[in-house]
Design a protein around this ligand. Structure first.
Ligand SMILES: Nc1nc2c(ncn2[C@@H]2O[C@H](COP(=O)(O)OP(=O)(O)OP(=O)(O)O)[C@@H](O)[C@H]2O)c(=O)[nH]1
Ligand SMILES: [Mg+2]
Length: 362
């Protein structure tokens, strides 16, 4: 029998190959120790404030961690970074899959860094927790931006709930701002609830559309259009130019049907080609006009304060629900109660009362 048969299972791979004798054991241990050493919260903060992107990534990982042991350190880092945050503009970008969000952000981001701005791109995509989403695809689609020293790209946090993912992104915004990024771009897929979450963490909300597919086809709900401060019709190139112009007129008409915004801003429609970079500079000019207006009329600060109180409530809700449903004493009883209410043995209200009383007495 050949000797390979004995090693047929992959487990034997773990045995690995012996180090050559020339490699010093102490050197290996030294490297392993270095890798294991986690910087303290203070060290991380000091490095973040100096603009160190590696430290920023580590801190975001810490914030995203579900390990309760990391929570305290993460909170410490956030608390120390908070006074250095708040100096940026936050822009949300949404649109259905394939509309060109990633391509647009690549062109837009490069335009901003060419103007001397520092751009951080974050994503809110709760679905990516299942498939690990478009993370890799995005990094290849944002080829130039990834290489740009003044840009930082972070894929969506994975999490069970949208609330969890959104809270982590909120905290990542603070870290990016403390690291010196003055423009935060948050991408989300415009098909579910995530754009509402993103809308409540940004100053400006941009909706990407394409021509030739009515809004039903584009899966964009009326509510999302209502949230938009700017609609950009992408892929206005080649044979599409004419239909893009037509779509612009149609969307403009539709926008006028919505009630006026409390920011005092009248949303507009523009066209661009993310691939040929046409119209990208104009988008930034429009966004600047918006910021001039809302910083002048104080809506900017007001909206951020409102967002803070919204996130306070959201975080409490999310954590209360999480604790309740993950409580081992509750989990078993919950299953029993579900069965009992399905069998009509007890009313849902009575069962809920029992569960909640039990939880709060624990
Ligand atoms: N002609 C043309 N094609 C574009 C333009 N922008 C993006 N595309 C193409 O549209 C396709 C989708 O672009 P993405 O940037 O991946 O779109 P996305 O909205 O990020 O998609 P998801 O990440 O799947 O939600 C790609 O094949 C792009 O090359 C554009 O301005 N013009
Ligand atoms: Mg994308």
């Amino acid at each position: 029998m050949d000797k390979h048969k004995a090693f047929k299972t992959a487990l034997h791979e773990k045995d690995g190959i012996d180090q050559p004798e020339s490699v010093s054991r102490t050197a290996i241990e030294h490297v392993t120790q270095l890798r294991k050493k986690q910087p303290s919260a203070d060290e991380l903060v000091a490095r973040i404030l100096k603009g160190d992107k590696t430290a920023l990534s580590r801190a975001i990982t810490l914030v995203e961690s579900t390990n309760p042991a990391h929570l305290e350190k993460a909170n410490d880092v956030i608390a120390q970074c908070l006074p250095h945050a708040d100096k940026s503009v936050r822009i949300g970008i949404t649109g259905v899959p394939g509309v060109g969000k990633s391509t647009f952000i690549e062109a837009f981001g490069k335009h901003l860094t060419s103007l001397g701005r520092k751009v951080a791109v974050l994503a809110v995509d709760p679905s990516s927790s299942l498939s690990h989403g478009s993370i890799l695809g995005d990094k290849t689609r944002m080829e130039e931006l990834v290489k740009d020293a003044n840009a930082y790209i972070r894929p969506s946090a994975s999490g069970e709930t949208l609330g969890g993912v959104a809270r982590k992104t909120r905290e990542a915004i603070i870290l990016c701002e403390a690291c010196g990024f003055d423009t935060i771009v948050i991408e989300t897929v415009g098909v579910g609830q995530s754009e509402t979450a993103v809308h409540s963490m940004v100053d400006f909300f941009l909706l990407l559309q394409i021509a030739g597919a009515g809004d039903e086809l584009q899966g964009i709900k009326r509510g999302i259009m209502e949230m938009a401060d700017l609609i950009v019709i992408n892929k206005a190139d080649g044979d599409n130019i004419k239909s893009a112009r037509l779509a612009k007129t149609e969307f403009n008409r539709a926008l006028h049907l919505f009630p006026a915004k409390s920011s005092g801003w009248q949303p507009t429609v523009t066209t661009c080609s993310a691939i040929s970079h046409e119209g990208i500079a104009e988008v930034w000019q429009t966004i600047n006009k918006y910021f001039e207006l809302v910083k002048g009329n104080e809506f900017f600060g007001l909206r951020r304060s409102e967002q803070n109180s919204y996130w306070l409530t959201e975080t409490i809700n999310e954590q209360l629900l999480g604790r309740f449903y993950h409580d081992p004493a509750i989990a078993g009883l919950l299953e029993q109660s579900k069965k009992a209410v399905q069998d009509n043995a007890v009313s849902p209200f009575a069962a809920a009362k029992v569960l909640l009383e039990k939880y709060f007495r624990l």
